[in-house]
Design a protein around this ligand. Structure first.
Ligand code: SF4
Length: 474
């Protein structure tokens, strides 16, 4: 099937023109950066904690196949049923079949990026199953008919008055209010009823511990605990990359996750699910399932250059610090994962055909890599993806080699000129002599110089100037 190319530049231009969006984002990003910085004032402690987190993630990925087998064995021994899905369609079918088998008509769903990746809500609704998002931010965007614009704070782009109007319009009998407490109370009233009625709960997973067969879920609102405890059936869904080796890997990763995401030392709830309801227990689901989704992750795992992408613990710090995300927000990326992690993950999952411009939408300022709690070299990976896009490498990503002909000719010419000293010297002298004649509309310069001063070659090439002052080591 031919994939459709996402027009990221146009969407970014549109977002840039939205002043309200820009001021909302600025305020939110400043606050998040400040809160995170306050958690990591001691640089030595931050570096030590980060090294532990990075080690835990790299160790898990280095033995991913074995750990997944171990995880499955432990989960089954604990009474949790395991399902494998190669594609998002398969994962959706598994969940729909499980729900149909349980005659489920309505489900409550906790926040989960992988379920967004699967477009799970649409799949459930097509089969006549009502799904209600139980995370407040997700509930707001579900009412608005939008997707999340941030991986931690899905409605970060909305102001209180917008949410107030939305609630008034969509929740029967809800009065208009801009007060956070009142808005939360309105959502709580609706959601409590949904929790009580739901036939099943669906959640994501922050970490799956292979050693013990434990599913770890962090959250602040208690909705995750309600979704995974109140209904008789709990279905958790996660990418295969979320496995960690040991229980002792959880505390450092948890500490890094919450501090990097919201600036909290720990979240209000840390749920550790290790089995369905046991004999004699008063609550908890009678059935627990875990759906493990690949959707291109094993391809990323097999490439040592790209494997670090899977280290991500989805804290969102990279987007909070990204000068591009901070000005255009998440929707412009038109993928599930926005910001720096989205720029490396989305083209790898969906193909460069569909997302040809994401890797280029970066200043390579490296703030994302600096704040990443598990030290993913995002800048290096963006450069790698750009190279993959321009020319097929040894490990092709779907859609690589899709650069324009003029771009490819331009870079080949650049390479040819720089590969020989005499060609380089002739080019430098010609560029210096005709510097006045280089038009800014040249292909490659036109877009670049729209918001920058076009580059002008020096009046005299560096080699010539060095030669004139007596330096000649060539
Ligand atoms: S890439 Fe790093 S900073 Fe960004 S979401 Fe993942 S873990 Fe967090």
């Amino acid at each position: 099937m031919q994939s459709e190319r996402v027009d990221f530049p146009s969407a970014a231009q549109k977002a840039l023109a939205d002043q309200r969006l820009r001021s909302n984002l600025r305020r939110a990003m400043d606050g998040l950066m400040e809160k995170r910085a306050a958690q990591f004032v001691d640089v030595d402690r931050w570096n030590a904690l980060r090294a532990r987190g990075e080690n835990a993630r790299q160790r898990a990925l280095s033995k991913l196949p074995e750990l997944l087998v171990q995880l499955e064995e432990k989960l089954i021994a604990n009474g949790i049923q395991v399902h494998w899905a190669q594609t998002t369609d398969e994962a959706n079918s598994i969940i729909v079949e499980l729900l149909k088998g349980a005659k489920a008509k309505s489900v409550v769903k906790g926040k989960s990026m992988v379920s967004e990746e699967m477009h799970l809500n649409g799949a459930l609704e097509r089969d006549g199953i009502e799904v209600v998002e139980s995370d407040l931010g997700e509930y707001v965007i579900q009412l608005a008919g939008e997707g999340p614009s941030h991986i931690i704070m899905p409605c970060i782009h909305k102001e209180r008055d917008e949410i107030g109007k939305l609630f008034q319009e969509k929740i029967p009998g809800a009065p208009y209010s801009e007060e956070p407490e009142e808005l939360t109370a309105m959502a709580r009233t609706v959601l409590r009823e949904k929790f009580a009625q739901a036939d099943a709960g669906i959640s994501g997973v922050n970490m799956a511990v292979a050693e013990t067969g434990t599913l770890v879920l962090v959250e602040n609102e208690g909705n995750g605990r309600m979704s995974t405890t109140v209904p008789d059936m709990h279905i958790a869904v996660t990418g295969i990359d979320k496995v960690v080796e040991k229980l002792e890997d959880v505390p450092p990763l948890l500490s890094l996750l919450t501090r990097s995401a919201t600036g909290q030392p720990i979240t209000t709830y840390v749920n550790m699910i290790s089995s369905p309801r046991k004999e004699g227990e008063l609550d908890g689901p009678r059935e627990v399932h875990l759906v493990l989704l690949d959707n291109g992750r094993s391809g990323i795992y097999e490439d040592p250059e790209r494997r670090a992408t899977l280290q991500c613990i989805r804290c969102g710090a990279c987007m909070n610090h990204c000068p591009v995300y901070g000005r255009i927000g998440g929707h412009a990326y038109q993928g599930v994962y926005p910001g720096p992690i989205g720029k490396i993950l989305t083209p790898q999952l969906q193909g460069l055909d569909e997302y040809p411009d994401h890797a280029g939408a970066s200043t390579l300022c490296q703030r994302c890599a600096e704040v990443c709690p598990v030290a993913i070299p995002i800048g290096k990976m963006l450069v790698n993806l750009r190279a993959q896009k321009a020319k097929c490498g040894e490990v092709p990503i779907q859609g690589c080699g899709g650069g324009s002909t003029s771009e490819s000719v331009g870079w080949n010419l650049w390479f040819w000129l720089h590969a020989s000293p005499w060609r380089y010297r002739v080019m430098a002298r010609l560029a210096a002599s005709f510097r006045w004649a280089i038009p800014s509309w040249l292909p490659g310069l036109r877009v670049w110089s729209r918001v920058r001063v076009p580059p002008k070659p020096a009046q005299k090439p560096l080699h010539q100037r060095l030669h004139e002052i007596g330096v000649d080591h060539e």
